[in-house]
Ligand binder design. Sequence first.
Ligand SMILES: Nc1nc2c(ncn2[C@@H]2O[C@H](COP(=O)(O)OP(=O)(O)OP(=O)(O)O)[C@@H](O)[C@H]2O)c(=O)[nH]1
Length: 678
Amino acid sequence: MAQRTHIQKIRNIGIIAHIDAGKTTLTERVLFYTGKTHKIGEVHDGQAVMDWMPEEQERGITITSAVTTCYWREHEIHIIDTPGHVDFTMEVERSLRVLDGAVGVFCAVGGVEPQSETVWHQADKYRVPKMAFVNKMDRLGADFWNVVDQMKERLGAHPLVLTLPYGAEEDFQGVFDVVRGTWIAWDEASQGMHFEERPVPEDRREEVARARESLLEALSEVDDAILERYLGEEEIPEADIHAAVRRACIGLKGVPVFCGSALRNKGVQPVLDGVVRYLPSPVDIPPVKGEDPKTGAEVERPPRDKAPLAALAFKVQMDQGRKLTYVRVYSGMLKAGGEFLNPGKGIRERAARLLLMHANKRERVQEAGAGSIVGVMGLKETTTGDTLCDPEHPVLLEPIDFYKPVISVAIEPKTTGDQDKVDLALSKLAEEDPTFHVRLDEDTGQTIVSGMGELHLEVLMHRLVREFNAPVNVGRPQVVYRETIQREARLEGCFDKEIGGTRQRAAVTVRVAPRERGAGNRVESRLPEGALPEGYEPLVLEVLTQGLDGGVLRGYPMVDVEVRLEAARFEEGLSTEIAFRAAASVALREALEAAGPVLLEPVMRLEITVPESFMGEVIGDINARHGKVEEIGPRGAVQVIRATAPLSRLFGYSTELRSLTQGRGTFTMVFSHYEPVE
Ligand SMILES: Nc1nc2c(ncn2[C@@H]2O[C@H](COP(=O)(O)OP(=O)(O)OP(=O)(O)O)[C@@H](O)[C@H]2O)c(=O)[nH]1
């Protein structure tokens, strides 16, 4: 593309789905029809273009979010791949932060599964406009209207049905375009690349006319302009219907619904038309907000090339040994060779190259304007969640909300002598994934890795073998605890010693207090102006901040604690930096010990789907695991149990649930909150 695409013709979208709904297959078809790949890759023969990591091909699930650019009807579409497995919820969240619209894929047989619900609600949280594609209309048991009903019931969505299936299962013959009142038939020989519009067969006309009526009715409920004309029985032109669907979709009042079979190459192009017609461009969403790093005042950055640069790094990937950082440009222009500020880290960075990532090739571009998403080579220290901005107009965008790791295991190289190789590989993986942490346990000398769940760690350990040829032995998983305090305490810590023949003395008074659960830590100074010589106060605050990394009970990180530096005694000639560091550390430790420290453990939120006949066993088992059942309700033919339980009691739960329910139970599990250990 020689010329840059106009911002109103850019779409940043994600495809969100439950595992196996057909997200990869749909994406493959999209890339094929938009002309970017020449062969359709099948997920399970190891050819899929999006799922490029061997790990994903083996498991058949999509884990990382790669960005892929394609073009449809003069629009530039960036597809941000999102994972379907809840252990990777964090990947979904960070994708949701940078996309402007989403397509939810549902299986016409399985319908709205619990995991799709989780992701859909996450998208609601970020106010992302959505469309839906009901896939697998060719499968035995496919039921389009059932899925539409489930979207209302379970997702609280207001469906706007735009294509209807013509037939189902083996007899699925394409779709009816509800707005135009036509039948779209795909040509099989061209793998669905070609299609034609035909008249609706006589025996289906009434059904299509009824669907058009229902669409107008559904639009009238959310759009006054349509309501008036609908009640006045006016003929509403196609363009006006599309405009109303677009208003409803962007205003989060309606969800355009399409159907088809990605595998059978039917129904995909109308979805692409929908992306272009109904989903927002970067100018249709509210301007990004951030804060001025100096004053803390809230600032907005408009989606315009001429405004100062504001961009968010949302993903780091190692690419042939080099760092590739995916960046969403909200405002201004990112230029190849350009220098800009990373205000969070207080450093300058330079973009060596800008790349538009297509599924099977990359295209070097010289600039990326407001609204676009690019891969950047050459950023040294920028990590996921960092802002990049114009040094003259600094802004700090809200960082991505990371989940804290809740589970850890000790690992060691399988082959002695491989330690360096393993360490290097681990540090690369940790750089890509902010929820994967690596540390050395100083007492045992073991390497401890932590992450979001058993599967998360399992996948990363497989990658060690496949990508780095660095196999490891893995210990038993352990829960990552936290510590906090239950009451307030105020204490003076003193340091008074002779070091190398010189007397060193300082005293620091610290007050600690519990904060609300989930509020995080806060360290602040209440020292009067001039209480300490220049440079000492930041030093003391740094010691206090770092001191919270390891708690006083068992060395786990402290959370939800407020620390105030209230007083400091400085004596000329005696009070060195070392003395102040030591005094601050003593003061904090003693104050925390006096403030009733407790150990906290992660509690998970479970949603378990089981046939009625297994309810008794499953609930009994949850109780045995110290879990609390919060809600039970029917969903179609099965029962859904919502519960919470400590993670420490949930290891191996998937195996247990399978054996309790003869393989028929499924569940999702996400971190809920921390609770004091009983
Ligand atoms: N019958 C039928 N099968 C389909 C259709 N689309 C996808 N499939 C099959 O469903 C399975 C899952 O498809 P994927 O595209 O891998 O699904 P996904 O949602 O990407 O799954 P994850 O990558 O695991 O999240 C594969 O075996 C596909 O061949 C369809 O339209 N009809």
